[in-house]
Design a protein around this ligand. Structure first.
Ligand SMILES: Nc1ncnc2c1ncn2[C@@H]1O[C@H](COP(=O)(O)OP(=O)(O)OP(=O)(O)O)[C@@H](O)[C@H]1O
Length: 764
């Protein structure tokens, strides 16, 4: 059973632990000094050639990462210890530190190492060779609290690991930034964090069960366990919104991992930050797999066959192109290459051939009725003339334009006629959802479509490749010249002929090809930077948070970026807010990964106090999904409440928020989308530091946000406004209200202008 040592009565062993922890910090300082010294040395290495430069960059990067990881380990370096029946105590911490005796246990074991596992999973029923577990809490470098659990007595407890330390951590006021949970990871979470990385691991869990925490600690675990592979291929963490990404941004760095790419769905296309908004229905239509066909049809629609002959004038001769000529050129091009932009060259060649033929027929015809008078060379020069004619180029552009994904989609969405042509079986209502003015901002739902379009269009890089080849030849020629100069100059400098024979010239050591290669510049970007800039980059592992929100098209994009399917997806089907999001994991994943996925569940809610969760559970039940609410681990210190405000709801919200903002920690006012402006204005008048919308930041003051914007976040105080409208307005209204109610870590109030919805009768 857990024994908690109240802070006022010092634990008898606190001084001994302080001494050990002090020693650990001594080792940390030594490791940090060594890494800093090595970094300094590496920076001053002379980089005589690109190879040395590359080696220097790699060492600098390695030592920088080491220093960063050691710096990150400073806060809470040692998290606890296990006393093993056979082998004595083992200290667990944020990093591993070697002991003086290389043969024995390390002074500190990294929490991710296999030896640390019993710290998180040993129970009185299954003690795994552990007699006692001790959680050590430090402030700065000072030990302030010890919490012991005796496991050897076999008395089953609450099922929680280090309950006292856990509850202490959960009661801490929030700062608006998520923190790591290395000290108090629970057994069911540990199992998921360390699970095998093959295939897609889906983690389903209710609100507050630690899905985000688990996903991020799993990322850190995988980086530790498969360091080399993941350092090369990179690890991508996908979150729903920029606010959410900011909320989780500190966790991996605090675990010493800085090389991870965090991206929202709107940022998965390099060079684009899609933050446009659109209706839930439009996003749903764009998220369906039916869009694959629509895009293919939209591309085919840009390959035009005119319905009557067209004429083009070359050097005063009108040359005629019949629809059948274009159709033939089109068929040949489509057979030659699947990708529109690459097949275009074949199409253009066929059109130029046909026009050249017409041209030769016109000017080479023998007036006396004999054969064509032009020889091969004449025909070749006429062909050149046709190909260079601007009118011919324009015609080819009309019939088979070069398309970027942005152009294809922009022109498709802006033109109802194009939409109709690409969606033969769609209703007019669905077609109208795709329509938007030209130049409107791209939305997150557009990103998978732009990427899909890129797959269909391809990119004709022949000009780029030709340029690269020309560059290579130039470098080669320059290198040869350099070597020639060196060779020519050596006998001038050396008078002794014998000596000259013994001196190796540059040309003997290196040939022009090698020298040219070394003149190429070295790419010194980190893996994450290179991955972020390259749309063809494939990741070693992808972590998806709030995975229930992903549309089928978004899944398709992510699977393309991770062909090994080594993915972790965490989410909650009871919180799905988008129409295109998941209702069943099986249905969502099978089209993309077949059977290569498995499900794990988290069942304990660490965030929301039991009394608040009981209110949320009623809403969940009324939603009819059949899902059960997770079990809360702690009681509320204040009961949740509701108040009927009448029509002046915004003013009352402002008054109550001003009161809540007096408490320590963060405050959120969660409102239906149609009330954001009114409520945000009223609250801003009363309280300072208020922010709202997608960029809202609770570390600055109260935030006024929608349930969609609150997804994944948590706040000490939550005020839910107009629950009835939230139910009516959301496309999955019960899920929205459920999300809103479960954001609170301490206190919850509900303000309703009219009658409380039946679902909240517990608060009446
Ligand atoms: N083992 C743990 N020790 C300490 N705190 C924990 C632990 N597990 C979860 N928490 C805390 O509980 C809160 C909820 O965790 P998290 O946000 O990861 O839950 P979630 O399942 O992603 O929730 P939601 O579905 O609402 O987004 C966080 O403050 C997190 O730090």
């Amino acid at each position: 059973m857990p024994t908690t040592q109240p802070e006022l009565v010092p634990h008898p062993e606190i001084a001994a632990e302080q001494q050990y922890v002090q020693e650990l910090y001594g080792r940390l300082d030594a490791a940090r000094n060594l890494a800093a010294q090595r970094l300094k040395q590496a920076i001053s290495w002379p980089a005589v050639d690109p190879q040395a430069l590359q080696e220097r960059d790699a060492t600098v990067r390695f030592q920088t990462e080491r220093v960063t990881a050691l710096d990150a380990a400073e806060a809470g370096l040692c998290v606890g210890r296990i006393d093993r029946t056979e082998d004595g105590p083992l200290y667990i911490g944020r990093i591993g530190l070697a002991a003086d005796d290389a043969g024995g246990d390390p002074a500190l074991v990294d929490w991710r190492a296999p030896a640390a596992r019993p710290f998180y999973t040993a129970t009185p029923v299954q003690p795994l060779g552990v007699d006692r577990r001790r959680h050590i809490r430090t402030r700065g470098r000072t030990v302030v609290r010890l919490d012991d659990e005796v496991l050897a007595d076999g008395v089953a407890g609450s099922g929680l690991t280090g309950e006292a330390a856990l509850l202490d951590a959960l009661d801490t006021a929030r700062t608006g930034r998520m923190t790591d949970i290395v000290r108090t990871i629970q057994a069911e979470q540990d199992r998921i964090i360390r699970a095998d990385d093959r295939g897609v691991l889906v983690v389903q869990g209710g609100p507050g069960t630690g899905k985000t925490a688990v996903a991020l600690h799993r990322a850190a675990y995988l980086l530790y366990t498969h360091r080399e592979r993941l350092a090369r291929r990179g690890l991508l963490v996908v979150g729903p919104t920029p606010t959410f990404l900011r909320y989780i941004a500190d966790v991996l760095p605090s675990l010493g991992e800085t090389g991870v790419l965090l991206a929202g769905l709107g940022q998965l296309r390099p060079g684009l930050d899609a933050r446009g908004t659109e209706s839930a229905e439009a996003a749903a239509v764009k998220g369906g797999l039916g869009m694959i066909e629509v895009l293919a049809a939209a591309v085919a629609d840009r390959q035009v066959v005119p319905d009557r002959p067209v004429e083009v004038t070359v050097d005063g001769f009108a040359l005629r192109l019949r629809p059948i000529d274009v159709r033939r050129a089109q068929n040949t091009a489509r057979k030659a290459d699947r990708l529109h932009n690459l097949a275009r060259a074949v199409f253009a060649r066929r059109i130029v051939d046909t026009l050249t033929k017409r041209y030769t027929e016109r000017i080479g015809a023998d007036v006396r009725g004999g054969g064509n008078l032009l020889d091969r060379e004449d025909v070749a020069s006429l062909r050149k003339e046709v190909a260079a004619e601007p009118a011919v180029r324009l015609l080819i552009d009309d019939l088979w334009p070069v398309l970027t994904p942005e152009r294809l989609l922009g022109e498709l969405f802006a033109d109802p006629a194009r939409i109709a042509a690409a969606t033969p079986d769609w209703s007019d209502a669905d077609r109208a959802l795709l329509h938007r003015p030209r130049g409107a901002a791209w939305t997150p739902a557009d990103v998978p479509l732009l990427e899909e379009a890129e797959e269909l269009l391809g990119f004709d890089d022949s000009a780029q490749r030709a340029r690269a080849e020309r560059d290579r030849r130039r470098r080669l020629a320059e290198a040869q010249e350099t070597l020639d100069v060196l060779h020519g100059s050596r006998s001038v400098d050396l008078e002794d002929e014998h000596l000259e024979a013994e001196v190796l010239s540059a040309g003997d050591l290196i040939d022009a090809e090698q020298l040219a290669e070394r003149q190429q510049t070295v790419d010194s970007r980190t893996t994450a930077e290179r991955a972020a800039a390259d749309r063809t980059w494939t990741f070693g592992h992808v972590v998806v948070d709030e995975a229930q929100e992903l549309s089928p098209m978004a899944w398709r994009l992510l699977v393309r970026r991770c062909p090994t399917r080594s993915m972790t997806a965490v989410g909650d089907l009871a919180q799905t807010g988008t129409l295109a999001g998941a209702s069943r994991w099986e249905e969502t994943l099978r089209p993309h990964v077949g059977d290569a996925w498995r499900l794990e569940e988290l069942t304990v809610n660490y965030r929301t106090p039991a009394e608040i969760m009981a209110v949320a559970a009623d809403v969940l039940a009324a939603g009819g999904t059949g899902a059960t609410a997770p079990r809360s681990v702690r009681p509320a210190t204040e009961d949740p409440w509701a108040e009927l405000t009448g029509p002046g709801v915004a003013v009352r919200v402002a008054e109550v928020t001003a009161g809540l903002a007096q408490h320590e920690g963060t405050t959120a006012v969660i409102v239906p989308a149609s009330r954001v402006a009114e409520v945000a204005a009223a609250v801003s008048e009363r309280v300072s530091g208020v922010s709202s919308g997608p960029a809202a930041d609770s570390s600055l003051g109260p935030v006024v946000i929608t349930p969609a914007e609150a997804k994944g976040l948590e706040f000490d105080s939550v005020l839910v406004v107009d629950p009835q409208r939230m139910l009516d307005e959301g496309v999955r209204g019960h899920n929205d209200l459920y999300v809103a109610l479960t954001r609170a870590t301490q206190r919850l109030g509900v303000l309703s202008p009219g009658e409380l919805p039946e679902e909240l009768s517990r608060l009446a």
